[in-house]
Design a protein around this ligand. Structure first.
Ligand SMILES: [Zn+2]
Length: 429
């Protein structure tokens, strides 16, 4: 049997028959480092596209835009099963760029791009616009997603547009040209869609909010729905948050340790199910994996960027400098805040942090664990420099009275503020 054409599709959905219900999915995150601009994004429009492929998947698209320089991208890709976030909603995706824009104000810098994965009807051709169709599941999820984004960023329905409205390109072909009636239908579905009302305890909502702030949860709607449906979900978050905070402050690594805490707290009693997320709710598994990554990965990236060639000993020294700053009242508290303080660690600015491949240097994980286990080979250093002896001695700040040179190790010279010499930094030292 032939797949439905767009027009039978349209007729089937006319008259308000079709109502989107249910809640939006959680998004899977597979971010690209190319085909986008970092920062500078203000979401004011939502532009809907189709991929013009036949049976492609959101993950396949994410993989493609992560690996191939296309000068194109989108924030979100939606297929019938998954939504994958490829570009952060604070970064600019490249989906309605044009030398000759049709819309007066919608541009890449202010439009969220959503790509619907498409299909070609049996016997049809990718070269014929009218042969494309979009599965209902994809359209419905796009409706939910658009609504979510409208609510989240205060975007009015007038600012929900097609690629065609933005630049004149026939995209999505399924909702433009002779199928324009389907775009009106789409907008009607967006307006009619009401996300399920859920009543949560304020504590649970606060917990979800906290997880969003920590960057562990991408789409709070999904989580806010779960309180009544997953036993112990709030207990899970309540137990996980202090662990997560502590790990972000102190950098203690690992999913296994997060699991230990949750088991100790009585939240989890089937540990193997959690260690094998595929057997369970995959998004909860993802949560635990994210906890581990969020805690340990930034430190490892920084060590890679600063000292990957300095051996175990040098890596440990650099991590100890970060820890010393965390304990020192003159610096921010928390390893993240130390590392991302303005104008402090150069890899944050020069891109080395982002490009870091800590998995390639096994000594990095070992250094992190050794230091967290109490190894301190820093002699109280809170600064290091790779200028080399001639240059730091000639430099008025490094070589001046404010700073005291403690020691050299390979390419780094380690320093403390002169006023700190002889004063213990860490609470236990
Ligand atoms: Zn498009």
């Amino acid at each position: 049997m032939n797949r439905p054409t767009n027009l039978t599709h349209a007729m089937r959905h006319m008259g308000g028959v079709r109502q989107v219900t249910g809640s939006m999915r959680e998004w899977f995150e597979d971010l690209t480092q190319i085909n986008r601009n970092v920062g500078g994004f203000t979401p004011q429009y939502i532009a809907v596209h189709y991929t013009a492929n036949d049976g492609d998947t959101a993950r396949g698209n994410a993989n493609f835009f992560r690996s191939v320089l296309r000068n194109a991208s989108a924030h979100l890709f939606i297929d019938e099963k998954e939504t994958v976030k490829v570009v952060r909603l604070t970064d600019i995706a490249w989906h309605i760029g044009s030398n000759n824009p049709r819309h007066p104000a919608a541009r890449n810098r202010n439009a969220i791009g959503i790509e619907m994965c498409s299909r070609v009807r049996q016997g049809g051709s990718r070269h014929n616009f009218e042969d494309f169709w979009i599965m209902d599941e994809v359209v419905d999820e796009t409706v939910r997603t658009v609504r979510y984004l409208m609510n989240r960023f205060n975007i009015p329905i007038e600012n929900v547009i097609t690629h065609e409205i933005a630049t004149g390109k026939r995209c999505p072909a399924t909702h433009t040209g002779p199928n324009a009636v389907l775009w009106q239908e789409f907008l009607r579905m967006v307006e009619d869609y009401a996300p399920p009302q859920v009543t949560n305890t304020p504590e649970f909502e606060a917990n979800v909010e906290h997880m969003v702030e920590l960057g562990v949860i991408n789409s709070p709607y999904y989580w806010l729905e779960r309180e009544g449906r997953i036993p112990h979900i709030n207990a899970l978050l309540t137990a996980a948050i202090p662990t997560l905070d502590a790990r972000i402050e102190n950098g203690v690594p690992g999913v296994k340790e997060a699991l230990d805490v949750l088991v100790d707290a009585g939240v989890i009693n089937t540990r193997p199910a959690w260690e094998n997320p595929d057997r369970h709710d995959p998004w909860l598994g993802q949560l635990l994996i994210n906890i581990a990554n969020r805690c340990i990965n930034p430190i490892e990236r920084m060590l890679y960027a600063e000292a990957r060639g300095e051996g175990l000993n040098g890596l440990e020294k650099v991590f100890n400098v970060i820890l010393n700053r965390h304990y020192h009242s003159a610096f921010p508290t928390g390893l993240y805040r130390v590392m991302f303080a303005p104008n402090q660690f150069s890899p944050v600015r020069n891109g080395m942090y982002t490009a870091a491949r800590p998995d390639a240097v096994p000594a990095i994980r070992k250094a992190v664990i050794n230091v967290l286990d109490g190894l301190d080979n820093s002699q109280g250093a809170t600064f290091f420099s790779s200028l080399g002896e001639k240059r730091w001695r000639a430099d008025p700040w490094w070589g001046g009275p404010t700073m005291t040179h403690l020691f050299n190790y390979k390419n780094h010279d380690f320093f403390a503020r002169t006023q700190d010499i002889g004063r213990p930094i860490r609470p236990d030292s």
